[in-house]
Design a protein around this ligand. Structure first.
Ligand SMILES: Cc1cc2nc3c(=O)[nH]c(=O)nc-3n(C[C@H](O)[C@H](O)[C@H](O)COP(=O)(O)OP(=O)(O)OC[C@H]3O[C@@H](n4cnc5c(N)ncnc54)[C@H](O)[C@@H]3O)c2cc1C
Length: 545
């Protein structure tokens, strides 16, 4: 065990591990990358996190740089849960619900808590957290907040950033801060502090004031995004101020989250699901654009294409045989309503059926739980399709999260199909149709040079398409390492400089998850490609084909 690990072992109450097996296990996440860390820590409490950060800060002051990567359950597909130095694994000990107010629905938790467990606890109080990822059973709430996740309900509720009320965060120098929206008066107190916290408040406030036109531009971003840093939500017109939006979606690059307070929504277990099959993109687009105009907002508008159904059928026909009949339709559209009022749901379902009929499609309304579960199984199958494959080819998460303004829906989807055709690949698409946010997994063999070259060609063509259509490279899975080379192109160089200045304010020694979000080019990610792709680290939690 090296000196740093030895020091940490002596000073932390949680475990410190440097065994080859552990380092190998934590060298991958859900992405196509691999980086072997040098030390694994399992913080038992906030003090452990604080001591780790303080120690690495002191080393950095003496020109010795040991990065820290926070980690939940490592399901991130952008390569943000791996790193060279210390990987701090939160789910082992820091995994409790600390407070749940069943009246207001406000809940305070530790970051390592499994998202699925939190959701179960909330359900028993008639509440739920709507922006849950489809990976909720094998991911943490800390990972979700640090990534700014979204999911099937995001058409109605947006990303998790809309639900985070406050945080406790360990800063890069080991200081602990609490964030929440502050009044002008409370802000002026913070601005007067002589601590690192005070420096941060002063520097962020100045950065926003000096660049307010640029910061305002972030607000005009047409689509939901988890890319970059959410500077636009820090200072409001009434001069109130909140650092929380910066940490949400920062992928552990600005601070280490130790406590999260969230708002929740009333849970309606009774839902109505309307399902219809389309043959053409234009049909689907026409239907979805009318659905988006409805008074009762659908709680989900999901799409699965025939290419994906074909692929699942080829890989493992048993998985799909009872869920959808052959020949598979071109596109399946699923529309859900969760309005608390049953009559409102019935009315919305009738209206939705009519919208489908106007495009010549007979849609079916489902209220029976067994039927609905079967249909959602199909959607869940689509979402867990990463890593499926024949022989050594795997469905890779490399272009899985682009989102464009809704009026670009048909151009985007056609652009995706053309891209696959040009590259001799079979398209397989699913996603959140209501927001033109599609998940696409090209099937490639990462070990083959030809496929690797193709992969980088696809990456470039795809992200250029998304940016050209005025979209965001990431609606919910964030920049990480894979999309970091496109952040500057997405936002422009002025904004990119601003993001870098912000990073410097919080993390001047670049200890926190370096190589994620900023300062990364395509050439930097090529050497860290895995030689084969799998989601081995999730086998405990995720049924695989
Ligand atoms: C099959 C599959 C389906 C998925 N579906 C969705 C989906 O529907 N929607 C979606 O948004 N995502 C989805 N994801 C991506 C991923 O599962 C989510 O982003 C999830 O919330 C990550 O949680 P985690 O615990 O695995 O975090 P990790 O992967 O361990 O970490 C994610 C990021 O959070 C940071 N982090 C973790 N804990 C902390 C902390 N305490 N302080 C600071 N930073 C921290 C890490 O450094 C990293 O940058 C999917 C992934 C897979 C493999």
């Amino acid at each position: 065990m090296n000196k740093v690990a030895h020091y940490l072992q002596e000073h932390l109450s949680g475990e410190v591990v440097t065994s080859v097996d552990a380092l190998k296990y934590f060298s991958t996440d859900g992405s196509i990358f691999s980086i072997t860390p040098s030390i694994i820590t399992y913080p038992r409490n906030e003090n452990d996190v604080r001591k780790t950060a303080r120690f690495t800060w002191q080393l950095a002051e003496r020109n010795r740089f040991i990065p820290i990567t926070a980690r939940g359950l490592g399901s991130n597909t952008s390569g943000a849960a791996i790193g060279e130095g210390i990987v701090a694994v939160f789910p082992a000990h820091m995994n409790r619900v600390l407070e749940l107010d069943s009246k207001s629905g406000e809940v305070t938790v530790e970051p390592g808590l499994n998202f699925g467990k939190l959701q179960q606890a909330l359900h028993t109080h008639g509440r739920f957290l709507p922006p849950y990822p489809s990976s909720l059973e094998y991911s943490t709430i800390g990972g979700a907040v640090a990534t700014n996740t979204g999911g099937e309900k995001s058409i109605k509720y947006g990303n998790i950033s809309n639900f985070v009320k406050g945080l406790r965060v360990v800063l890069s120098n080991g200081e602990v801060i609490e964030t929440r929206r502050l009044s002008k008066k409370e802000l002026s107190k913070k601005l007067g502090l002589s601590t690192h916290e005070g420096e941060i408040y002063r520097a962020v406030d100045t950065l926003i004031e000096e660049n307010h036109e640029l910061v305002d531009k972030l607000k005009s971003f047409a689509t939901r995004t988890s890319s970059g840093y959410n500077l636009a939500e820090v200072k409001h017109k009434d001069k109130s101020f909140d650092l929380t939006p910066l940490f949400v979606g920062s992928q552990g690059t600005l601070g280490l989250i130790t406590r999260i307070t969230l708002e929740t929504e009333a849970y309606t277990p009774r839902t109505t699901l309307v399902v219809g099959n389309c043959e053409q993109i234009v049909q689907a687009e026409a239907i979805v654009s009318k659905l988006r105009e409805m008074k009762i907002v659908p709680s989900a508008i999901e799409l699965i294409d025939g290419g994906l159904l074909d692929f699942i059928d080829k890989t493992n026909p048993n998985l799909i045989k009872n869920l959808v009949k052959k020949p598979f339709p071109g596109i399946i559209l699923m529309v859900e309503f969760n309005d608390p009022n049953d009559r409102a749901q019935a009315k919305a379902a009738k209206q939705t059926k009519k919208i489908f009929e106007e495009s010549g499609i007979q849609a079916k309304v489902h209220t029976d739980d067994v039927e609905k579960n079967e249909i959602w199984k199909l959607r869940d199958l689509a979402s867990s399709f990463i890593g499926f494959g024949e022989s050594t080819r795997r469905a890779l998460p490399i272009i899985e999260d682009g989102v464009v303004p809704f009026d670009q829906f048909p151009v985007f989807l056609k652009g995706i199909y053309d891209l696959f055709k040009r590259n001799n690949l079979v398209p397989a698409v699913w996603g959140h149709a209501g927001e033109a946010n599609f998940h696409i997994y090209p099937q490639l063999d990462i070990a083959q040079l030809g496929d690797r070259q193709k992969m980088f060609r696809i990456l470039d063509e795809y992200y250029n398409l998304v940016i050209a259509l005025g979209g965001s490279t990431s609606a919910q899975n964030n920049d990480g390492r894979i999309r970091a080379p496109y952040v500057e192109k997405l936002y422009g160089s002025e904004m990119y400089i601003l993001f870098n200045k912000l990073k410097d304010i919080f993390d001047p020694y670049k200890i926190l998850n370096p190589g994620v979000k900023l300062g990364v080019g395509i050439e930097d990610i090529k050497p860290i490609l895995r030689s084969s792709y799998s989601l081995d680290n999730l086998h405990d939690h995720l049924p695989r084909a």
